[in-house]
Design a binder for this molecule. Structure first.
Ligand SMILES: Nc1ncnc2c1ncn2[C@@H]1O[C@H](COP(=O)(O)OP(=O)(O)O)[C@@H](O)[C@H]1O
Ligand SMILES: N[C@@H](CCC(=O)OP(=O)(O)O)C(=O)O
Length: 365
């Protein structure tokens, strides 16, 4: 029997739970989930929500007599998004924070780093980040397109260890149970291959966009990066009671590695380095002995012309001691090297963070 073990989760909630009638938000299926979020947070766990439902929530406010055009759907999203956020906020005493993203934001290195920093800061300040696609600007070419995959990207950028997809079905079945009465629930998946993808039909409900295929795609992205993925039935309060007790009520997609190990492998072997940061003895000791982040004060020189978010080698006396993602580009680092972090804004006119390489993005070699 698998036990649920997690510390930082992204919880994806589908339109079918937010707006079960296809228009207007409802508390009906969210109370049990809100309780799960509150209790989990009280026990020290971190949660980021990825919430669908803006189009469904705004549907009744945009009167149409035909199939909705893209602009009409974008208008529905603009109206529904604020309702969806307000609907969430009424369950919690802590602040809900709206984060609207497009695929373009996730592809752009600088924006990716900014998203990551913002999510980290929101969690540090005890807020509940609620992510959705920025539907009013995301035309087809710029779209992630469905919130299951957006949930996976969010889990990756937030370095979560778990993605929980709350749907209107108990988990992954051997076939779409709405069409095949003999379909049975699959409680765990160790390896996502073509045979798993073949089990999924198309989009399930009229308000949802993804169906089971996009949930498998999301699980595929996450598990290969060390993030376990669970599909549960968010319509059943019992699903959340079970998870609070450490059980897994739906389908568990096992992670191929621990997130730390997967990230270490990715940082060490997959990422191409674009430059070098040379550090002094104090910075080396901080990194190696204390597992600290790299501050500008310990930097002695810069090599190469790397951008923010690119991988660099960190060297002490010409030896590579670590590899990590730079939070400032080479040009700006030349200006702040050797300086105390509190002077970054004075020198550059802006400050993204007070560290140059965060310890989460750093691997010792
Ligand atoms: N093999 C399968 N197992 C479970 N559900 C499936 C399967 N294939 C297709 N589906 C459909 O996927 C639906 C869930 O997707 P969707 O309606 O997009 O939900 P959500 O709004 O939660 O994202 C189910 O209701 C079901 O009809
Ligand atoms: N951004 C869209 C999400 C659409 C979507 O993926 O819906 P779902 O399949 O219910 O998760 C919205 O808020 O309506």
């Amino acid at each position: 029997m698998n036990r649920l073990n997690w510390q930082r989760a992204v919880i994806k909630v589908g339109s079918a739970l937010i707006a079960p009638n296809g228009d207007e938000c409802s508390a009906r299926f969210l109370l049990a989930l809100a309780r799960f979020i509150t209790i989990s947070r009280e026990s020290g766990k971190e949660i980021i929500l990825v919430s669908s439902g803006s189009v469904a929530a705004g549907r009744s406010k945009v009167k149409i007599r035909h199939n909705a055009s893209i602009a009409e759907k974008q208008a529905m999203a603009a109206i529904g998004q604020t309702q969806m956020m307000a609907n969430w906020q009424r369950f919690f005493d802590f602040p809900c924070a709206q984060v609207l993203l497009t695929a373009d934001d996730l592809r752009d290195r600088t924006r990716y780093v900014n998203i990551k920093n913002t999510l980290r800061e929101l969690l540090n300040h005890n807020a509940l980040p609620i992510v959705n696609e920025n539907d009013t600007v995301a035309v087809n070419e710029l779209k992630v397109g469905d919130n299951d995959n957006l949930g996976a990207y969010t889990a990756l950028v937030a370095q979560a260890d778990t993605l929980i997809i709350c749907s209107d079905i108990d988990g992954l079945y051997t076939a779409d149970p709405r069409k095949d009465p003999d379909a049975t629930l699959i409680s765990e998946v160790h390896n996502i291959d073509e045979s798993i993808y073949k089990l999924a039909g198309g989009a399930g409900t009229s308000v949802g966009t993804g169906g089971m295929r996009t949930k498998i795609e999301a699980a595929d992205k996450c598990t290969s990066s060390g993030i376990q993925t669970i599909i549960v039935n968010g319509r059943k309060g019992a699903s959340f009671d079970a998870m609070l007790n450490g059980s897994i009520p739906g389908t568990l997609f096992h992670a191929s590695n621990s997130p730390k190990k997967a990230r270490r492998l990715w940082l060490t072997h997959t990422l191409k380095t674009c430059g070098r940061i040379h550090v002094d003895e104090g910075a080396k000791a901080a990194l190696v002995d204390r597992g600290a982040s790299l501050l500008p004060s310990g930097i002695t020189s810069i090599e190469g012309n790397f951008n923010q978010g690119e991988a660099v080698e960190i060297c002490f006396e010409k030896q590579v001691i670590a590899k990590g993602l730079a939070l400032y580009n080479a040009r700006d680092l030349m200006l702040i090297k050797g300086k105390n972090s509190q002077h970054i804004a004075d020198v550059l006119g802006y400050e993204t963070t007070d560290v140059v390489v965060h310890r989460d993005d750093l691997v010792l070699l």
